[in-house]
Write a protein that binds this ligand. Structure first.
Ligand code: ZN
Ligand code: ZN
Length: 53
């Protein structure tokens, strides 16, 4: 059993390789939402988040 790095909840979700994910599913979705809204508002040409495909 793993725990989420973000909220400390138990993580039961595994990735395709069979390893536990480092975050629980709600946190994975929240982080994805944050990245999406970041991309919509950020206009930094050298931003690491925005330059990640
Ligand atoms: Zn979490
Ligand atoms: Zn950015």
């Amino acid at each position: 059993m793993a725990t989420c790095d973000r909220c400390g909840d138990p993580v039961e979700t595994k990735n395709n390789a069979g390893h536990y994910r480092d975050k629980c599913w709600p946190c994975i979705e929240e982080v994805a939402d944050e990245e999406t809204s970041h991309r919509e508002t950020c206009d930094g040409p050298d931003c690491l988040i925005c330059s990640t495909p």
